[in-house]
Design a protein around this ligand. Structure first.
Ligand code: ADP
Ligand code: G6P
Length: 471
C-alpha cells in the first residue's frame, strides 16, 4: 500500500458515481460545500483522500483525481441506512442545525456510526506515512480522531467541522455525547467555522468530561488539544476567472434572453435541504407577487434545488412540499411562457453555475442555519463587474464575514420580504460599494488562506504546509 504524507478523510470522495445517458458509469464532482472547498486545494498535491464513493457494496477502484489518490471505503446497505442516512443525517445534522427538524435517536444507528468510523480509521492508518498529517472532516467522522490515535500515535491529526457546533442545551440531548466529544479530542487541533462553536465545544468538554478547557486549549491525558475558528472559503480567483471568460459571459447573456429579458433576475442555489430556508423564501416571494411588489414580467426567480439525501424521510417530505409550492405559485402568478419561478433540480458544471451567478441581479441565500454557505461566496467572487446584491441570512456562517450583504432573519417573514424588496430596489452605487468590499475580502480570505491558517496551526511550521498552499 502506497502511503502519503497528507491524508484527507471525509465521508464523501470528491467524485461521485454517476450513470451516463448510455448506461455507462462516469465520475463527476460530488455536490456540497466540503468538496467545493477541499477539491481545488488538493489539486496536484501528493495527497490521499479517504472516503466513500456514493454506492453500496465492494469499494470501487477509482482513478487519481488531479493527482490526488482516491482511497475508497465501502459502505454496505445497512451502513448507508444506519450510519449515513441515520446517525449522520437524521440525528446529528438536524441537531447541529438548531433542531429545525426533529433529530431522531436509534441505538442501531449509533452502532453503525461506531463501526463505520472504525473502518475509516483503519483505512486511514494504512495509507498515512509515518509521522504524516491526517485531516479528518465533518460530522460523519467525529470518532475517527480518537480511533486513529489509538492505531497510529505517530500521526498529527486534525479535525474540522464544516457544520455548526450547537449550543450545550442541544448537544446535551445526544445519548452518546461523551463518546462524541472524546472522539474529537483524539485530534491535535479541532477547527470550527465560528468562534461561538469553539466556545460551545469548550463548555461541553468542561461540563460533560470535566476536563480543563478554555476556548483555545483543552487538556486531556498528557496532551493539549488546541481548538479554534477557521472560516472555510472558496477558490476566489478561480471562480472570478471562470465568470470572466467570454464564453461564460455569452452564456449569461443567452440565459437572460431565455428568461424573457426581465428587468431583474433573482437566483437561489441550494442543496435541497430543510436548513436552507427554501420554503420560507418561496412564501416571502409569493407574498411579494400577491401584493404587486414584484411583477412577473419584470422579475423572475430562478431556484436551483439539487436533490440531496433522497432516501431520508424529512428530505422526501421537503421536496414534495417545495414542488407543490412552486407549482402553486406558478399556477397563480405565471403566464403562458412566463413562469414566476424557474425551478431546476439538475446538477450544473462550474461554468454554467458561474453564468447563472453572472445573470443574477439579486442572489438570495437565506438558510435557517448554515455552517458557512459557499454559494454566497461563489456569487460574490463571480460578480467581476462589482454589480449585484447579496441577500444573506444572519444564520449563515458567511454573514460573520460578508457584513456588507443585505442581512435578513429568514424566520421573520416580513423581514425577509423587506430584505428582498430592498435588494431589488437598491441604489446601484450602494450595491457596487458593498460588492467591492465583499470581493476584496474574499480575495484575501480564500481557500488557500483557510488551509494555510489551519494546517500551520496543526503542523506548527512543518514543510508540508508551505508546499501545499504555495500553489
Ligand atoms: P452545503 O455545504 O450545505 O451543500 P454550500 O453552499 O456550502 O452548502 O455548498 C454547496 C456547493 O454545492 C457549492 O459549491 C455549490 O456551487 C454546489 N452546488 C449547489 N447546487 C449545485 C448544482 N445544482 N450543481 C452543481 N453544484 C451545485
Ligand atoms: C455539507 C456537509 C458535507 C456533505 C455535503 C453534501 O456540505 O458539510 O459533509 O458532503 O453537505 O451532502 P452529502 O450528504 O451529499 O454528502
Amino acid at each position: 500500500m502506497r502511503q502519503s504524507s497528507l491524508v484527507v478523510v471525509a465521508n464523501r470522495l470528491p467524485i461521485d458515481d454517476n450513470q451516463a445517458p448510455d448506461g455507462a458509469c462516469e465520475w463527476r464532482r460530488s455536490p456540497g460545500g466540503l468538496v467545493s472547498a477541499l477539491h481545488p486545494l488538493l489539486r496536484h498535491t501528493p495527497a490521499t483522500w479517504v472516503g466513500w464513493a456514493g454506492g453500496t457494496g465492494p469499494a470501487p477502484a477509482l482513478p487519481d483525481v488531479d493527482g490526488v489518490r482516491m482511497h475508497t471505503v465501502a459502505l454496505s446497505s445497512e451502513d448507508l441506512r444506519d450510519h449515513y442516512e441515520g446517525f449522520a443525517n437524521a440525528t446529528l445534522w438536524p441537531l447541529y442545525h438548531d433542531s429545525v427538524e426533529q433529530p431522531q435517536h436509534h441505538r442501531r444507528w449509533w452502532e453503525a456510526y461506531q463501526r463505520v468510523n472504525q473502518r475509516f480509521a483503519e483505512a486511514t492508518a494504512e495509507v498515512a506515512e509515518p509521522g504524516g498529517v491526517v485531516w479528518v472532516q465533518d460530522y460523519h467522522l467525529q470518532l475517527v480522531p480518537g480511533l486513529l490515535r489509538a492505531l497510529r500515535p505517530d500521526l498529527r491529526i486534525g479535525f474540522f467541522l464544516h457544520v455548526p457546533f450547537p449550543p450545550p442545551e442541544l448537544f446535551m440531548q445526544l445519548p452518546r455525547r461523551a463518546e462524541l466529544l472524546r472522539g474529537m479530542l483524539g485530534a491535535d487541533l479541532v477547527g470550527f467555522q465560528r468562534v461561538q462553536a469553539a466556545h460551545n465545544f469548550a463548555q461541553l468538554v468542561t461540563r460533560v468530561l470535566e476536563l480543563p478547557a478554555t476556548d483555545r486549549r483543552i487538556g486531556i491525558d498528557d496532551r493539549v488539544v488546541r481548538i479554534g475558528a477557521f472560516p472555510v472559503s472558496i477558490d476566489t480567483a478561480e471562480m472570478a476567472a471562470l465568470a470572466d471568460r467570454p464564453d461564460v459571459a455569452a452564456r449569461a447573456h443567452r440565459l437572460r434572453q431565455d428568461l424573457g429579458d426581465p428587468r431583474q433576475v433573482v437566483l437561489s442555489v441550494d442543496r435541497m435541504d430543510y436548513t436552507k430556508g427554501i420554503e420560507q423564501r418561496l412564501k416571502a416571494y409569493s407574498e411579494l407577487l400577491a401584493s404587486g411588489d414584484v411583477k412577473v414580467r419584470d422579475t423572475v426567480l430562478v431556484q436551483v434545488a439539487m436533490p440531496s439525501r433522497e432516501r431520508v424521510g424529512q428530505y422526501q417530505i421537503l421536496r414534495e412540499r417545495i414542488e407543490r409550492e412552486v407549482g402553486r405559485i406558478n399556477g397563480e402568478f405565471g403566464r403562458v411562457g412566463e413562469p414566476a419561478i424557474h425551478y431546476l433540480t439538475q446538477p450544473f458544471d462550474r461554468a454554467e453555475l458561474a453564468a447563472l451567478y453572472r445573470v443574477a441581479d439579486v442572489m438570495a441565500v437565506t438558510p435557517l442555519r448554515d455552517g458557512m454557505n459557499l454559494v454566497a461566496k461563489e456569487y460574490v467572487a463571480a460578480r467581476v463587474d462589482d454589480t449585484g446584491a447579496l441577500l444573506l441570512s444572519e444564520f449563515a456562517g458567511t454573514a460573520a464575514e460578508l457584513s456588507q450583504a443585505y442581512l435578513v432573519n429568514p424566520h421573520d417573514l416580513e423581514g425577509l420580504k423587506q430584505g428582498l424588496r430592498a435588494a431589488l430596489r437598491a441604489d446601484p452605487a450602494d450595491t457596487t460599494q458593498r460588492m467591492r468590499a465583499m470581493r476584496a475580502h474574499l480575495h484575501q480570505h480564500d481557500i488557500r488562506a483557510w488551509a494555510r491558517s489551519y494546517l500551520r496551526a496543526l503542523d506548527e511550521g512543518g514543510g508540508l504546509i508551505s508546499r501545499l498552499t504555495s500553489t
